[in-house]
Design a protein around this ligand. Structure first.
Ligand SMILES: *Cc1c(COP(=O)(O)O)cnc(C)c1O
Length: 412
């Protein structure tokens, strides 16, 4: 429910619109009190015509900007051609998308799905099947090692290995077969691996837990030990992938190639849900007709948008831009350390900023930023997360950093 203090400066029109949502949509989110009607690039406009700089970018689903003209053009063209065939037949659009995405990732093939959680579920199913059919794990004994503080989505199986009580509690009975170890601790993974381990599933950076960046040698060590023990390394790049971190994948930044990439969010450019598992034939080849599927997975509209996203990333401009602007963002935010900020973690255009609990909660800082015309989101009480669309201009970025400083000063 919207906190009544937060509604103080909100117009009657927006309060009325919020009341309708609260009456008729389940309260599984806690949105800030702003009702958006349109958006372009890094800017969104509310129903009163006030403009905001979007510093969340729909959790990185809008990496390439709202209503990116090239991407919406492709979507509109496809809308008038064919949008759904189901996989009972071939569509003209799927092949080029699959080929291009596999090439971008340096892999053989993709398994197209819709939401991020479906990509994670699909990765888990493929890893288990690979374990039984290729590695030779005894029936129903497979285990997958995950990290504490993970966020991989909201399905029953995925929340079974979440340690966030809000995500997990009262949804049991839970799916067995997962072992959680502390994030960033490669030795803990090595100690947890046994002959029934089929995969290690990790976020290269933990987004929802507050942009947690592991030690530089973590993922390289995980890659080495998973290869040594014949265990699949699955990188959930649903939020970290596709330009956000200043590279195509965060794994690129640390020189690691996983067995499977899980992609989503920006793959559909914020236009349609598009997700995928990307890997080589020796792993994804375990799937035979009838063994997995999705009515909408790989549909022509999704494939057309996904192909356009891949083509955008092939030039490397977005990755370069996220890297360059991200350096400025990190430096700008680090200047506030000690001034109401206790820590800043930044990789590319993706920052987690810990607010001094003696000063304010992250939610209070985000509410202040909203009044200043910046959309940002708190996570886990004390962290503000900033992840603007990569198309943000330098001037917009400088303005956001300055406003962040002003917001902090309001509490000091
Ligand atoms: C958002 C997210 C998911 C889940 O994606 P949905 O499309 O919301 O199902 C999974 N993993 C990570 C790392 C994410 O950020």
């Amino acid at each position: 429910m919207t906190n009544h203090d937060e509604l103080a400066g909100v117009s009657d029109a927006q309060q009325a619109a919020i009341a309708v949502v609260e009456a008729h949509a389940a309260h599984n989110y806690h949105p800030l009190p702003v009702v958006v009607s349109e958006a372009s690039g890094a800017m969104v406009t509310d129903i009163d015509g006030k403009r905001y700089l979007d510093c969340l970018a729909a959790y990185s689903a809008v990496n390439f900007g709202h209503c990116n003209p090239e991407l919406t053009r492709v979507a509109k063209e496809q809308l008038d051609k064919v949008t759904l065939t189901s996989r009972a037949f071939h569509s003209e659009a799927l092949g080029p998308f699959a080929e291009a995405l596999a090439r971008l990732a340096g892999k053989d093939m993709i398994l197209p799905m819709n939401t991020g959680a479906e990509a994670v579920e699909s990765g888990i199913k493929v890893a288990r099947k690979w374990g039984y059919e290729v590695k030779g794990v005894a029936a129903n004994q497979a285990n997958i090692i995950v990290a504490e503080g993970n966020f991989h989505g909201r399905t029953t199986t995925i929340i079974s290995f979440s340690d966030d009580p809000e995500a997990h509690d009262n949804y049991g009975p839970f799916t067995p077969g997962f072992r959680a170890v502390p994030y960033g601790d490669a030795d803990a993974i090595e100690a947890a691996i046994d002959e029934n381990t089929v995969a290690v599933l990790l976020e290269p950076i933990q987004g929802e837990s507050g942009v947690g960046i592991p030690p530089a040698d973590y993922l390289p060590r995980v890659r080495q030990m998973t290869s040594d023990h014949r265990v699949l390394f699955i990188a959930d790049e649903i939020q970290s992938g596709l330009g956000r971190t200043g590279a195509t994948f965060q794994c690129d930044n640390v020189g690691v190639v996983p067995d499977l990439y899980l992609l989503g969010k920006a793959l559909g450019a914020g236009i349609v849900p598009v997700s995928a598992v990307v890997g080589n034939k020796d792993v994804l080849g375990v799937l035979q007709p009838g063994q997995h599927g999705s009515t909408f997975g790989g549909n022509p509209l999704a494939a057309a948008v996904g192909l356009a996203v891949v083509q955008l990333l092939e030039t490397g401009e977005m990755q370069e831009r996220a890297k360059r602007l991200g350096e400025r963002l990190g430096a700008g935010l680090r200047a506030f350390e000690g001034k109401g900020v206790t820590a800043v973690r930044c990789q590319g255009l993706w920052a987690g900023i810990d607010i001094d609990p003696k000063m304010a909660t992250a939610r209070e800082v985000c509410t202040n930023l909203l009044e200043r015309g910046i959309l940002a989101k708190d996570t886990h009480g004390q962290t503000v997360r900033l992840a603007p669309p990569i198309v943000i201009t330098e001037e917009e970025l400088e303005w956001a950093i300055a406003q962040f400083g002003e917001a902090l000063a309001d509490f000091l």
